[in-house]
Design a protein around this ligand. Structure first.
Ligand code: GCO
Ligand code: MN
Ligand code: MN
Length: 406
């Protein structure tokens, strides 16, 4: 890595070039991401637990916009009201001192043993009631800290054996919970949007509503669908073997992308939570292209974990490089759009897509007369099929932009 002069937003360790993250880039991190001490199912923690105040201060120095949190990232489970108030006061102090924001909050409904069988979908009504209580309190906390998006990730909302639960009951219970909480939020006068995060498995053998597509279909069965959207995560969709940007594209097109979890993942693995764009750079490029081309105005949130090999400096490297990679890919998107050969192929495609045929198109809206004309039209399918689309060249040019030779 090159050694260059530094400015105030670029610690000397990092290059001082045009990829320096700034608050206006709207990068956010979960407290649980950089704060992850590296515990895994096979090994103990390798790093000290960092205070939330410290995380806020360090991320602010690196140019982040804010942090997101679960209730328990900030306030340990079972804290008294006095303890809670002191923690919140100190945390708000750090936010005020740094200008950092809390755009999103969420509930931890997976760590405590009481949620071992699920939370909103548990077979135990008392557990379902507790999950609602915990979420209402956590929503209050999120709103107090300024959050406008509230995420629901159903970590334990699944099973290992289908003998224990009818999947129809699981969906009904999940719906009941979201309906209840929408009413709670409205009744409290909060201006909150809910974002549902899908994951196919882990920590449960299977998790209900496993993909963003399932979540989108579910949303329209709610009492307040306008309040509810999705929070897709790169790794989760890839665990299902799906193309992430297609899920995100469908959500944006439906006006339902309320939040996004950026990270990296190798195909066919457990949820690796790797640094954004450290894997599948092409997929990451098309994701950034989609977010930027659609001028999506949400937070660029990183839900990933530093390698367990890292000490504290490695954690800040991980955070800085997550943001830096996004900015580099954003620059590649601009190069893609400015490339004369790519432009020419896209212009040809555009022309092909916007031509009128048989008095109809290029968009198709039914009326009796044009439908009759179209039915009667004879297509020269041989001629139509003879012209290729130049996608080999388009992909190679894109690849060359990404490889840095264009
Ligand atoms: C995971 C999830 C979580 C959620 C978080 C916020 O696989 O552990 O991605 O990190 O995003 O709980 O809801
Ligand atoms: Mn996530
Ligand atoms: Mn995840």
């Amino acid at each position: 890595m090159s050694q260059r002069p530094t400015n105030s937003t670029s610690p000397s360790r990092y290059p001082n070039d045009r990829f320096v993250p700034r608050p206006e880039d709207h990068f956010t991190f979960g407290l649980w991401t950089v704060g992850n001490p590296g515990r895994d199912p096979f090994g103990l923690a390798v790093r000290e637990v960092m205070s939330s105040v410290k995380i806020v201060r360090e991320l602010a120095k690196l140019g982040a916009y804010g942090v997101n949190l679960h209730d328990e990232d900030l306030i340990p489970f079972g804290s008294s009201t006095a303890e809670r108030d002191k923690i919140v006061r100190d945390f708000k102090g750090a936010l005020a001192e740094t200008g950092m924001k809390v755009p999103m909050a969420t509930t931890n409904l997976f760590s405590q043993p009481v949620f071992r069988e699920g939370a909103f979908t548990s077979n135990d009504a008392a557990v379902r009631a507790l999950a609602l209580q915990k979420t209402m309190r956590s929503i209050d906390l999120g709103v107090e800290l300024g959050a406008s998006v509230y995420v629901f990730w159903g970590g334990r909302e699944g099973l290992e054996t289908n003998a224990c639960k009818d999947p129809r009951d699981a969906v009904k219970r999940f719906r009941e919970a979201i309906n209840f909480l929408c009413e709670y939020s409205r009744d409290s006068g909060y201006d909150l949007k809910f974002a549902l995060e899908a994951k196919p498995n882990e920590p449960r053998g299977d998790i209900f509503l496993p993909t963003t597509g399932h979540m989108l279909a579910f949303i329209y069965t709610l009492e307040h669908p306008e309040m509810v959207g999705v929070n897709p995560e790169v790794a989760h969709e890839q665990m299902s073997g799906l193309d992430f940007s297609h899920a995100v594209g469908q959500a944006i097109e439906a006006g339902k992308l309320f939040h996004i979890d950026l990270n990296g993942q190798k195909p066919g693995r457990y949820d690796q939570d790797l640094r954004f764009a450290s894997e599948d750079q092409k997929g990451a490029f098309f994701l950034v292209k989609l977010l930027e081309d659609s001028r999506w105005d949400g937070m660029r949130h990183f839900d990933s974990h530093p390698y367990r090999t890292e000490d504290e400096q490695g954690v800040w490297d991980f955070a800085y490089y997550s943001m830096r990679s996004y900015l580099i890919l954003k620059d590649k998107v601009a190069r893609f759009h400015a490339d004369p050969e790519i432009k020419q192929i896209l212009a040809t495609l555009e022309k092909r897509s916007t031509t009128q045929v048989a008095g109809v198109g290029p968009t198709f809206k039914y009326d009796k007369k044009s439908a009759a004309a179209l039915k009667a039209h004879t297509f020269d399918t041989t001629a139509m099929a003879s012209v290729g689309y130049e996608y080999e060249r388009l992909d190679q040019l894109t690849t060359e932009v990404l490889l840095g030779v264009r």
